[in-house]
Design a protein around this ligand. Structure first.
Ligand code: PGA
Length: 251
């Protein structure tokens, strides 16, 4: 069984100092009790990566991730960051296609597919985020949306991709930052769809971690994490506080 991945996405919150402080508090609160079958991932803003990396160094089970990157070696891409720069700052992981990248910044499946393939090629572990909007759910399109996002997002990678290098985060758009969580039946249904689709794309799909994200909180984590095919969580709002996120990590 792969270890459960308890991931924090700090989005565009926290200065360098605030991020380091939260990371420090989190490590202190969690390190003694972190079960062997769990790992912790922090995705702070780019400006705080290096500082948080220092807080996590030599802490068994703690990893650093970037929230995004651009799929090119280097070049004239003002405002962007490349995988080597993330690795250089101490990252092991990176998110690709977070709902806010798709719906606020306008990133499309084809572009995200190049990021997944390029990130893997450069040695990052990639977490591809997918999920339907409320409108799509109401139209009965959950399955077709998730299948399309996976098919297109993973179109450039090898079926032999190591399951340790790739994870998928199912985050229904209507549950992100809204306080609204998908219920256990909805989560299980979506995660089963994702698992089945992954089996048609990748050789070792059983081992790929599928995270749930969308208003995960200390009091709903245990019930979510125990569901079939849920191999971790991706947490926004509740990960900003070390106290809350430590409860989630240990739930
Ligand atoms: P939330 O965000 O936990 O605040 O709903 C989740 C995410 O955006 O990854």
């Amino acid at each position: 069984m792969p270890r459960k991945l308890m991931a924090a996405n700090w989005k565009m919150f926290k200065t360098w100092e605030e991020a380091c402080q939260t990371a420090r508090e989190l490590v202190v609160a969690v390190r003694k009790d972190l079960p062997d079958d769990r790992e912790v991932l922090l995705c702070p803003p780019f400006t705080a990566l290096r500082g948080v990396s220092e807080m996590l160094s030599r802490q068994e089970g703690f990893y650093l991730g970037g929230q995004n990157f651009y799929p090119a070696e280097q070049g004239a891409f003002t405002g962007e960051i490349n995988p080597d720069q993330l690795l250089d700052a101490g990252c092991t992981y990176a998110l690709v296609g977070h709902s806010e990248r798709r719906h606020v910044i306008g990133e499309k499946n084809g572009f995200l597919a190049s990021k997944v393939a390029f990130g893997l090629k450069k040695g990052l572990k990639v977490i591809l985020c997918i999920g339907e909007t409320l409108e799509e759910r109401k139209q009965g399109e959950v399955q077709s949306v998730l299948h399309r996002q996976l098919e297109q997002g993973l179109q450039h990678i090898s079926s032999a991709t190591s399951p340790e290098d790739l994870a998928v985060a199912y985050e229904p758009v209507w549950a992100i930052g809204t306080g609204e969580t998908a219920g256990p039946p909805e989560i299980e249904h979506a995660h089963n769809l994702v698992r089945d689709k992954l089996k048609s794309i990748l050789n070792q799909a059983e081992q790929i971690r599928i995270l749930y994200g969308g208003s995960v909180k200390p009091d709903n984590t245990a019930s979510i994490i125990s569901l079939d095919n849920v191999d971790g969580v991706l947490v926004g709002g509740s990960s900003l506080s070390a106290e809350k996120f430590s409860q989630i990590v240990l739930a």
